[in-house]
Design a protein around this ligand. Sequence first.
Ligand SMILES: Nc1ncnc2c1ncn2[C@@H]1O[C@H](COP(=O)(O)OP(=O)(O)OP(=O)(O)O)[C@@H](O)[C@H]1O
Ligand SMILES: [Mg+2]
Length: 250
Amino acid sequence: MKTLMVTSGKGGVGKSTVAVNLAMELSLNGNNVGLMDVDIHGPNDHVILGIEKPEIMTDGKHFQPIEVGTLKFMTIASAIDSDTPIIWRGPLKAKLIDQFLQDTMWGDLDYMILDFPPGSGDEPLEVLKVYDNKVDGAVIVTTPQKVALGDVEKIMNFLKKMKVPLIGIWENMSYYTCPHCGKKHYLFGKHTDELAKKMETAIIARIPLIPEVGEKFGAANLFLTRSQGDVRKEFESGVKKIVDFLSTED
Ligand SMILES: Nc1ncnc2c1ncn2[C@@H]1O[C@H](COP(=O)(O)OP(=O)(O)OP(=O)(O)O)[C@@H](O)[C@H]1O
Ligand SMILES: [Mg+2]
């Protein structure tokens, strides 16, 4: 099984969108894939999957993951009321992540995709602990604004320190294609290249801003797996780079 972290220094940049679309694509390509929403404070992978009320079954010892086609999915959203904020103290959070990863009937997986909240808090540390510090790779998601990149650099340094192999940067909302003139507008600049160069890492993909996605709720967010044309090509090439990288890891 290959374990993949999808993370970022910043919130709202599209981590969950990328993680869920990637997990779904790998699963549609015939792989056994697990997806865990490790964002305990604001889980929303289920929303992207179009599941209104996720329900996790348990026999008291094990959890049965939610199945979306062949994709196996776990989220804390099943256990909390979305309107009530939960104050998770460190140990409790760690225990929950531990249980979800270890006591779930994942079956034989080819890939385990872990979608994190932004930053280097308890969540990545606990996941790394569960996997004995052996995660096969990390994808950093960011938008191209200058202001996002300092925080992204921090998370990359954290991953380096933890010896997590960095696959590269997945740039999201890179540009907007005008529907009238067809011109690409780089709304947030093109600053990711500087960071990639500085950190000696690759840009895995550049996905445009697609206004309909942000406006709609639910499965419209699976837009990458359903994309066509140039976006499809870019998405497929990004997924392939990740798969190729992971296949070379022992
Ligand atoms: N390429 C895109 N074009 C338009 N909207 C997008 C795109 N990617 C993501 N979005 C939208 O941006 C918002 C944030 O995306 P998402 O939840 O994936 O980010 P996140 O980094 O996981 O956020 P959080 O830090 O809260 O976990 C969502 O409403 C999503 O639908
Ligand atoms: Mg998220």
